[in-house]
Design a protein around this ligand. Structure first.
Ligand code: ATP
Ligand code: MN
Length: 472
């Protein structure tokens, strides 16, 4: 009854995820968390408490013979509590155990008139407008726990295979990657720009003495690491100023880019397939409570789909064969499909969801629609690209075997008009001890989308950056 007795201070806190273990039954416990709901009658009040450690709430029972109505007045949805009491088996349905409160303390109140999450059942669109509070909902709790587990799985996968974690720069001076439009980085006074004689902005006066931008990919620097350490991976933020307001694009997202010396395209495909299966499997083994919640709320097929991906061998076929299947399908697409076209998500999803009904790795794309560094095939038309296509998502991985031949790479850079002054350090990997090598990029949020079954990429990153949106 004392709000904060000394006994309370002494007792070790139990996280809610740990409270369901049978050996705690009958013991005094101390729990802390946020009130999800409160209900009851004149004799007893039930509070569902959540501390973020698990999707599960612990039920706290307040006996109104021990606590007055007035003493409990600040226990409202969203308020934070510290409760001590005895853990007992629950009579009610829906939970196995509950805490019979002996004493409690309210850490912080949450005015029911003002707390935006007072009621359940908000739309995902509304929750995006209160991104600062949405982690407190069941949905975002589940998504963020799965996201964290997947990040851990990624490091574990590469660590178990002897890959080194390489940190590539976020600020870069080369805009030759061609992966997307870039955000400029400058300390120049935008209202008073220094100009050169021919009227252009004088970047020699800028912070780095040249024009710089946020990276769109760590790959080129990743290749420097791979041709020294053998096998590396990057896992970091990536920025693309493309104005594509789709459910699959963010302006700031996280990318994992492994890069391996002595790997050809087949080794690369094998690694990509193992890698995704490992991550999905990790989530199935470690996040089942959250996945079951998400399946029940949004996507009944979710867990089947995840199991299916882990069990099935991915289809491997060339772009040319893929285009033929699409052309012969008779299906009406919004965007035309022909040899040489960059495939759209609708085409990719048709191959995966309608035609093969499992993930597809498409290889050997026309060189015109792929980056300059991809290894050229003897046909002179295609390059050793490999895109991994997934149900619901379309492209989840883009990769290739890299052009290892100095002359071929040099010629391609010239053909595309990429300034050599930006490329000299990259070309050095082919000048000194060049080796066959390969790599790929996985968009982390696309993996989280797939595993959680969410449909909008804005809902799988804590604080999404998209055109016109950088509030929180
Ligand atoms: P898309 O055609 O879907 O725009 P891309 O061809 O530009 O993708 P890559 O440059 O190959 O993609 O990047 C590697 C991976 O990074 C992609 O397979 C995808 O998973 C992810 N990715 C690319 N752009 C974005 C973005 N704007 N937001 C989130 N993830 C992205
Ligand atoms: Mn893109």
């Amino acid at each position: 009854m004392a709000p904060a007795g000394s006994r309370m201070q002494e007792m070790k806190r139990t996280k809610i995820i740990d409270i369901f273990s049978p050996e705690l039954i009958g013991k005094e416990v101390s729990v802390m968390g946020w009130v999800r709901t409160r209900r009851g009658n004149k004799h007893v009040q039930f509070v569902a408490l959540n501390d973020g450690s698990t999707i599960k709430n612990i039920q706290i029972v307040f006996d109104l013979e021990k606590f007055s109505d007035d003493a409990l007045r600040n226990i409202t949805t969203g308020s934070s509590l510290h409760v001590t009491g005895r853990l007992v088996e629950s009579m009610g349905k829906g939970q196995s155990v509950e805490v019979q409160a002996d004493s409690f303390e309210v850490f912080g109140t949450a005015d029911p008139e003002k707390y935006p999450l007072q009621k359940k059942g908000h739309t995902l669109e509304f929750l995006r407008e209160i991104a600062h509070l949405r982690p407190r909902t069941n949905t975002f709790g589940a998504v963020l726990r799965v996201r964290s587990a997947l990040a851990f799985a990624i490091h574990k996968f590469f660590n178990e295979r002897g890959f080194f974690y390489l940190n590539t720069p976020l600020i870069t001076a080369s805009d030759c990657e061609g992966a997307g439009a870039m955000f400029q980085v400058t300390t120049l006074d935008l209202n008073n720009l220094p100009k050169t004689e021919d009227g252009k902005v004088d970047f020699s006066a800028d912070f780095f003495g040249k024009s710089t931008a946020l990276t769109v990919s760590g790959q080129l620097e990743g290749e420097l690491g791979a041709t020294a350490l053998g096998a590396i991976y990057t896992f970091g933020p990536t920025f693309r100023a493309e104005n594509s307001n789709t459910p699959r694009h963010l302006s700031e997202f996280w990318m994992i880019e492994p890069e391996m010396a002595f790997y050809d395209i087949t080794d690369n495909m094998d690694l990509a397939e193992d890698f995704i299966k490992y991550c999905v499997n990790y989530a199935l083994d470690n996040c089942m409570d959250d996945l079951e919640f998400l399946a029940q709320m949004y996507d009944p097929e979710l867990i089947n789909r995840l199991r299916h991906v882990v069990e099935e061998k991915f289809v491997r076929l060339t772009y040319t064969e893929g285009v033929r299947i699409l052309e012969e399908s008779g299906h009406k697409f919004e965007f035309p499909v022909y040899w040489g076209a960059d495939l759209q998500s609708e085409h990719e999803r048709f191959l995966v969801e309608e035609h093969f009904k499992r993930p597809v790795i498409l290889t050997d794309y026309p060189k015109e629609i792929k980056a300059f560094y991809m290894k050229q095939n003897p046909d002179g038309k295609t390059v050793r690209a490999m895109d991994v296509l997934f149900p619901k998502i379309g492209e989840i991985i883009g990769g290739s075997e890299r052009e290892a031949d100095y002359d071929k790479l040099y010629t391609r850079i010239e053909e595309l008009g990429i300034p050599m002054k930006d490329m000299w350090w990259y070309l050095d990997t082919r000048r000194f001890g060049s080796v066959p090598h390969s790599g790929f990029g996985l968009g982390f949020e696309r993996l989280v989308l797939f595993v959680t079954g969410m449909t909008n990429i804005r809902d799988v990153i804590p604080f999404p950056r998209t055109p016109n949106n950088a509030e929180f």
